[in-house]
Write a protein that binds this ligand. Structure first.
Ligand code: AMP
Ligand code: ZN
Ligand code: FE
Ligand code: FE
Length: 282
């Protein structure tokens, strides 16, 4: 297992990444990764028919998802791992997110129309011309850019649709409690994603009292000091330490594989997935 690298935080065209799941697997192989988890926002669509291809490519594929929640008005992303992708409850949960997002996107679009007379159609929200995946603020930002309303992707967030900006709307969020319960029901483990982004930090202490199983200790280009801080917290609370790049392709700078999980974490998760899979197909 020496040199074994598994990136456990990546996005595809099923949410707001720029590579298809198959392209991402090939890119992972080319980068020298032996393990990969695709953690699209609020969807597990990437896993449909993907396992035979992963085997062909020679990359161990671990089921994952990044679920959006809110705690006291603060957005909290939760990574779920090792569930069986054919779990009915989780599929229904993702469907619930799809409907939640549809309503929320409309609220944001209504504000853009009301405040800035900007009209964006449903077709303009398609990602890479593809329908069916999770649609969110990055899709709205891309449409704004395509219309020439803004001159860069970050400008959409910094001026219009970022938290607290004039056209932001949180929609009707799903709670942390019900999200962790769903992941657990599906046999998976629930991990606090990119903890440094959770502000104010008092919220982190409240999260640590909830039934999470892990924390993302290794993230994108964390410094040694940052890794130490989160590793210490994980140790104190007996949490699993996960890691990944949060690779999105063109919308974020994080390179694929720039961060990865410890080998022991990957082995534990993969074994858990295999057991869940066997139990579902029995
Ligand atoms: P949503 O899930 O619809 O609320 O959109 C959140 C996603 O938008 C995040 O996961 C990021 O990929 C992206 N995002 C959030 N803030 C920014 C930003 N300031 N610049 C670029 N992308 C961002
Ligand atoms: Zn994203
Ligand atoms: Fe996230
Ligand atoms: Fe992410």
């Amino acid at each position: 297992m020496e040199g074994f690298k598994a990136d456990l935080h990546t996005h595809t065209t099923c949410s707001d990444g720029s590579m298809t799941p198959r392209e991402l697997l090939l890119a992972a192989k080319a980068k020298g990764l032996q393990g990969l988890s695709i953690t699209d926002h609020d969807t597990i669509d990437a896993y449909c028919d993907l396992f035979p291809f992963a085997e062909e490519v020679g990359v161990q594929l671990l089921p994952g998802v990044e679920l959006s929640t809110m705690h006291k008005g603060v957005p909290v992303h939760i990574l779920g791992y090792a569930f069986s992708p054919s779990n009915q409850l989780l599929s229904e949960f993702c469907q619930q997110h799809k409907e939640r997002r549809k309503e929320r996107n409309q609220l944001i679009l209504d504000k853009l129309k009301a405040h800035h007379n900007l009209e964006i159609s449903e077709e303009e929200l398609l990602w890479e011309g593809k329908s069916g995946g999770t649609i969110g603020r990055p899709h709205i930002a891309k449409a704004m850019l395509a219309q020439g309303f803004i001159s860069s992707f970050p400008e959409a967030f910094n001026r219009y649709i970022g938290e607290g900006k004039c056209c932001y709307d949180p929609g009707h969020p799903i709670t942390i409690e019900e999200t962790i319960a769903c992941i657990h029901d599906a046999g998976g483990i629930a991990v606090i994603a990119h903890p440094h982004l959770i502000q104010p930090s008092a919220i982190i202490h409240e999260l640590l009292e909830m039934p999470f199983d892990g924390i993302e200790v290794y993230y994108a280009r964390f410094t040694e000091v940052q890794v130490k801080r989160w590793a210490k917290m994980a140790e104190r609370k007996g949490l699993l330490m996960t890691g990944g790049s949060d690779y999105h392709g063109t919308i974020k700078e994080n390179p694929l594989g720039c961060s990865f999980a410890p080998v022991a974490t990957f082995s534990y998760l993969y074994e858990r997935f295999t057991k869940n899979q066997a139990a579902t197909t029995r």
